[in-house]
Design a protein around this ligand. Structure first.
Ligand SMILES: NC(=O)c1ccc[n+]([C@@H]2O[C@H](COP(=O)([O-])OP(=O)(O)OC[C@H]3O[C@@H](n4cnc5c(N)ncnc54)[C@H](OP(=O)(O)O)[C@@H]3O)[C@@H](O)[C@H]2O)c1
Length: 343
């Protein structure tokens, strides 16, 4: 196909944000859709993921992968796209694939045959499941909680950003494993969902309550696992109440992504006093075990033991404003941008 007259939009990083992401930190650019070579497909993005880590990638702090360079298309933490042209044997027009590291904040892109992962058909699940609970957020919860948290029945588990994409799945896996679960979230509505719909035992609205005082009340036997999504003051409160041999999977530090200047936790000493295991992890390090994880998550979803929410924002032009919902807490589930219709 001659793509000379076909253009697509993408967001390119214009400057590194200072504090919250501003729309002026990025630029919406039109480019010509590229031609494909043998063993390549051209795909049209349907959804791309917005993630707290977008803010990390925009900065030039030392991080777990290269920052996005100024002028480059903004990286996405996942995308789903439909094949529009194919020069790959066995891949047909209309099939839906994962964008992997090829799909950024953009409407079209080219993928090599070697990186194509097809989305299974006729699963009975909405397509958005494959960019949320069965994308990266479910596996993040699964490996972080089970492999690093090492839960035992009856233990007390505290989860921050508990109503979020990762946190809500952690809460439910913890209930499946027979733990007592305390969820910390930033609104009464989120707390109500955690308690009424997900079966979380105690909830704390950290925007209204003193986190440490509320944790003392809801964890009279101390905390065995603190699943950390936020860092900062919440981490300090949890550290204060950790039990001997407690575990802290460090999943994220969202309270710090807009400003790295804050100092470390005041209760650092409890790592020694309570012989804690504090372990950072990246879901990408578990890529080879995804099969086992997706099977378990799929089974729990089918059994009604795991529920998930997806917050879909329409239109690529809204990506830079929508991403800030993750930092204000306005997102209601896994935040994704829809750039074109599902086939
Ligand atoms: N290690 C990994 O491989 C990996 C993979 C994916 C995600 N993560 C991390 O997991 C965490 C959750 O990510 P997600 O994609 O599931 O997003 P999410 O929880 O759906 O959205 C982020 C939530 O964080 C909360 N939040 C924002 N600023 C906060 C602050 N200053 N203090 C306390 N809470 C705050 C907000 O909820 P409230 O309304 O409750 O404040 C917001 O809804 C992030 O830290 C992310 O970086 C790590």
């Amino acid at each position: 196909m001659d793509n000379t007259n076909r253009s697509f939009k993408s967001w390119r990083l214009k400057q590194r944000p200072s504090g919250e992401i501003e729309t002026t930190d990025l630029e919406l650019v039109d480019d010509i859709i590229p031609e494909i070579n043998d063993n390549e497909v051209l795909v049209r993005t349907i959804y791309f993921s917005l993630d707290p880590t977008n803010r990390i990638w925009m900065s030039d702090v030392d991080q777990y992968m290269e920052p996005v360079e100024i002028g480059d298309i903004m990286r996405a933490g996942g995308s789903l796209a439909v094949v529009e042209e194919s020069k790959v044997e066995g891949v047909s027009i209309g099939e839906i694939v994962q964008g992997g590291m090829h799909g950024g904040w953009q409407e079209y892109f080219v993928m090599p045959a070697s990186d194509i992962i097809k989305i299974p058909k006729d699963t009975g699940l909405p397509l958005t499941a494959f960019i949320s609970v069965l994308g990266f957020t479910g596996p993040t919860a699964y490996f972080g909680f089970l492999d690093i948290g090492k839960p035992k029945e009856g233990e007390t588990v505290v989860v921050s950003a508990a109503a979020g994409a990762v946190g809500s799945i952690v809460c439910q896996i913890a209930k499946i494993k027979g733990c007592k679960v305390v969820g910390i979230a930033g609104s009464d509505e989120k707390c109500k969902w955690l308690k009424d719909d997900l079966g979380v035992d105690h909830v704390i609205n950290y925007k209204k309550e003193n986190i440490l005082e509320s944790l003392k009340k809801s964890c009279p036997d101390g905390i065995d696992i603190y699943f950390d999504n936020v860092g900062g003051e919440t981490l300090d409160a949890a550290l204060t109440l950790m039990n001997k041999f407690g575990r802290i999977p460090v999943c994220g530090l969202i309270s710090m992504y807009n400003d790295w200047s804050s100092t470390g936790p005041k209760m650092y000493r409890n790592i020694l006093m309570k012989t804690l295991t504090v372990t950072g992890f990246l879901v990408s390090d578990y890529a080879e075990q995804f099969g086992e994880c997706l099977e378990s998550l799929g089974k729990w979803i089918a059994e009604g033991k795991i529920k998930y929410k997806v917050d879909v924002v329409d239109g690529i032009e809204n990506a830079p404003t929508a991403v800030n919902k993750l930092f204000s807490g306005e997102n209601n589930g896994k935040l994704i941008i829809q750039t074109s219709k599902e086939p």
